[in-house]
Design a protein around this ligand. Sequence first.
Ligand SMILES: NC(=O)c1ccc[n+]([C@@H]2O[C@H](COP(=O)([O-])OP(=O)(O)OC[C@H]3O[C@@H](n4cnc5c(N)ncnc54)[C@H](OP(=O)(O)O)[C@@H]3O)[C@@H](O)[C@H]2O)c1
Length: 316
Amino acid sequence: MAFQRVGILNIGEMGYHWARLLASHGVEVLTCSKGRSEVTCRRAENAGVRSVPSLASLVSQSDLIVSVVIPSAAKRVASKVAKALLKVEKKDFIYLDANAISPMTAREMGREFARTQAGLVDGAIIGSATRLNQGAVVYVSGPEAGRVRALEQFGFSVRVLGGDVGQASAFKIVYAGLTKGLQGLFVELLVGARKLGLLDEILGRYEESFPGLVQKVGQSIVGLPVHAARRAEEMVELRRTFRHHGLQPVVVPSVGKLLRAIGDLKAGSASETGTRKGSLAETVELFFQMGLLQDQRPGKVVKSAGGIETNTREGV
Ligand SMILES: NC(=O)c1ccc[n+]([C@@H]2O[C@H](COP(=O)([O-])OP(=O)(O)OC[C@H]3O[C@@H](n4cnc5c(N)ncnc54)[C@H](OP(=O)(O)O)[C@@H]3O)[C@@H](O)[C@H]2O)c1
């Protein structure tokens, strides 16, 4: 099955790059931007995506719908598409959920789609949105996963993980723990290094000890001003997955908390063309200046034996 018309929900950073790659291979790309932000609507225009007025219209005009939203919205979006499918009685159609969600959420979607005549494929994208045809891989699982291989003719790399819905999500969510964990650890250490006045020295030493790591993790830290809240949601999904399987994660919730704190800074605004700006040093400086990790509690004034007063926050 070759996909001639592909629906994308929604045109965020990842959706933008999917749309561009598909369009460059002659595929017509559609979306339904109803209710979405101005920046998402602009990105759709900039990517040359045709916006249709309703999900029913999107479903009836597409051979494949790809969901690239935020983890907390993935199930709701899938549910709306499943309802639209029932309404238009569409057959021979694939819904690819490519969000970083727990395998439990993916299986819930699978049960909802079982009532339709369409196939749900559990998916996960590993790699940057900007490098979709240069190293990124779309992992898929589920009974119909093999059909997504048709995307390879448009420059995507597709790997089938197995025949069960949930396999691709489990794989991605554990992988996401590493990338977000490294980002969280780096941000915390580099803000600390900035405070101690040794940022350049420590970055140089990290590079000597772990060649390539600073650049690799740094690239994703640059995206945090815009994407931290979404990445924090991925850590919620990972924590839920481990808990569901009887594990008590320790590091993952802390990473989620730090990413949420970065998201709360509202330090960046989303690009209309799916691009990222800034360097690692600029991003660390931004977080530092915005007070990330700063202890807001007032210090206690203590008197030493010699009568000297010291604020506990400054006097160490
Ligand atoms: N960006 C990457 O490099 C990358 C890499 C690997 C995997 N991914 C995966 O791709 C997915 C999207 O990431 P992204 O970077 O494109 O995120 P993004 O830039 O934040 O875009 C998210 C999109 O989802 C829409 N959205 C938010 N809440 C929604 C809701 N309740 N219902 C429907 N749509 C909603 C947003 O619209 P509004 O503007 O209206 O909020 C926006 O268009 C994620 O699941 C992520 O794990 C991304």
